[in-house]
Design a protein around this ligand. Sequence first.
Ligand code: BJ8
Length: 426
Amino acid sequence: MSDQAVDYHPMWDELGLDLPTHDALLEAVGQLFGDAYLTQENRPTGMDYLNFVMSEVHGLRIKELDDFRKSGGKVFGTFCLYVPEEIIRAAGAWSVGLCAGAEFAYDEVEQIMPRNTCALIKSFMGFKLAKVCPYIESSDLVIGETTCDGKKKAYELLGEIHDTWVMELPQMKRPEDIAMWKAEVRELVKKAEEITGNTITEDSLRAAIKEVNDKRRALQRIAAASAADPAPISGKDRLLATQVAFYDDVPRFTQMMNTLADELEARVAAGEGVAPRGAKRVLVTGTPMALPNWKIHDIIEKAGAVVVGEEMCTGSRYYQDLVPEDGSTLDEMIDAVAEKYLDINCACFTPNKGRIDDVIRMAKDQGADGVIDLSLQFCGLYEMESHGVEEAVRAAGLPVLKITTDYSMEDVGQLSTRVEAFLEML
Ligand code: BJ8
């Protein structure tokens, strides 16, 4: 993927990766990145940082995790937005998102789970079974959560081969559910303290809340700039920023994303964009797109439109809300963290009207001409919720296209035809 001056093979070997398979994976991801990203024109120069991160995606960052662990630090791996990064950081540990965005070792996966499981779950299990995700191999503990049934049961299987701990997430947002979730976040506090040997204090949690809020504020600036016509950044590049937010060093990432946001704001002021003024604008909503899943954005933008927002976990759900910074006691701050996280609008909740409200608000704020509602195949939650999303978007006067897909590239031709037809009618 890059002209790596450093040979990371000894480090990958020490982590227990399957080196030939991992080399093949890196080559495939590099190819995918080149095709989807490096072919774009007029990208902001601030994207050079994310190009660099991608070129070192299993290299330099893994080395940083390795050094951190060798100096006594602990790394927690996560697959979901509901695991509060602030608590992990307040205990002096680091949080990383785990590999779950590409089809890998499905034959092995289908020996232990049904074929009709969503791509995200099959992917994370495939990366683990094939020993090609250095992030999970660098994780002292994986923290799961009881969101959908598939993930819940997959964590039992993962727990047999990797230290895994599961948070119980309620499925409603009544006062008793909020009380239950606050207790669960306190269990995480205890767990994080036990694993790290550190005590979470008012000062450490206050600092962690501020640090993670700053990261979200930087992403909010990028999203806000994307409301301009012409759009100053492609949807693909904005998506990459959110994907990288899950595992990059927090203060460095925040600084680099603020530099990118400065550039985007200057572009907006100068009327410069990545697509011509008046290009069709699309909001995408639905299941998350874990790195390196860029498939739908790539199809939409190669068809000449621009994606102006993502109502998804690799999008607005990740950065739109902040934890209040005015808590004065540790208890108040833990409660504030819990409340912020329970506000996320995942389809595992019933009812989940907040998500539909967000889709309509974002479509208006970002000046979208249409909405694409995306579900991973076999994700019952998002597929079921699609009907309500479609009705609400149409009632708001916008066209909507529903897409159900997986991580394979076999349907790219067919999806491109459908997307092109949709864009023509906008
Ligand atoms: S907060 S969206 S990251 S659960 S696609 S595994 S829901 S069957 S990913 Fe998710 Fe957290 Fe919700 Fe976000 Fe299950 Fe559906 Fe698969 Fe999913």
